[in-house]
Write a protein that binds this ligand. Sequence first.
Ligand code: G6P
Length: 368
Amino acid sequence: DAAEKGGYEHFMLKEIYEQPKAVADTLTGRLSDDNRAVLPELDWALGMARGIDRIHVVACGTAYHAGMVGRQILERLTRIPVEVEVASEYRYRDPIYTDHTLVLVISQSGETADTLAALQEAKARGARVVAVTNVVGSSVAREADDVIITWAGPEIAVASTKAYTTQLVALYLFACYLAQLRGAADPATIEEVLAGLRDLPDAVSKVLDTAPAMKAFAQQFARKESAFFIGRGLDYVAALEGALKLKEISYIHAEAYAAGELKHGTLALIAEGVPVIALATQDHLYEKTVSNIKEVKARDAHVLALTWTGDEEMASVADEVLYLPRVSPWLAPAVVAVPLQLLAYFAAVERGNDVDKPRNLAKSVTVE
Ligand code: G6P
């Protein structure tokens, strides 16, 4: 067991640190020298790619959060309307399909019962199904029409880390691939995303340096019973995943909120000393997020803000600031994920929890 952990105390920590390599492996052979996304496993005809008029993204847990990021980048680059839903709802909802609906299922294990059932429902209804999965030969991989493999390697810890960041990479690549085939709606953003992907292993490697700061923050934070994660746009999705990670392994109750929605209810729960993790990586939403941070500060919350290196404003607004190596805001969820994983990890360790096998959770849920 100790040998398998490669010197790390837990599989989760080992897997967090494997992310630069997992991201690089998932990109290997998929970025061409002339800055195009290459997915030879798809090899789609132009007519088929151009015909797609709706996309349903279906997944569970962390993979569902990857799907929420995927929606934003797919809509931006292809202008195809995208819906995202958890598989356990989707499969019983009688979703509406056009003749050219594409269904994208995301599953690390490729064995999640609800995701597999949703895939089967979509196929029975005549949709083309693309699977993003980490396991070659899994049920989801076998039953889908097309498969994009994430090369994260085996993920042992129940809480998903490197599978998530590589799912994001696969979705960015797929969105660029589809946009290229269809005739780009937004070539500048495709270029920005592809250039960002090239540099992503390096950025993920640099952001691992936040570990000592996250450990120090987690030591006081671990005594809290509740926390909030706030953000707008892609930061809201990153907040959802950060809160899930924290709940899964530290058992601290956490709520992720779209920062602009706080005042429509949840602000009532913000009181003195309540920890708020505020994400501010989306440049076009930055000032709005800063106002939301001021709202919670006015209620004496304790705010840790995550923003880009070089930000000169945040230090005067939040109690603590964690600076991240700058990447394109489109890729921010893949960078922000790392310190949030570390926060959950160190909080769980501090509380003496079984980090790799949290209570009541399974790595792969193969029953309904
Ligand atoms: C379980 C795990 C989660 C995971 C979810 C989906 O609930 O505990 O960490 O995100 O299943 O798993 P999948 O293998 O389909 O990605």
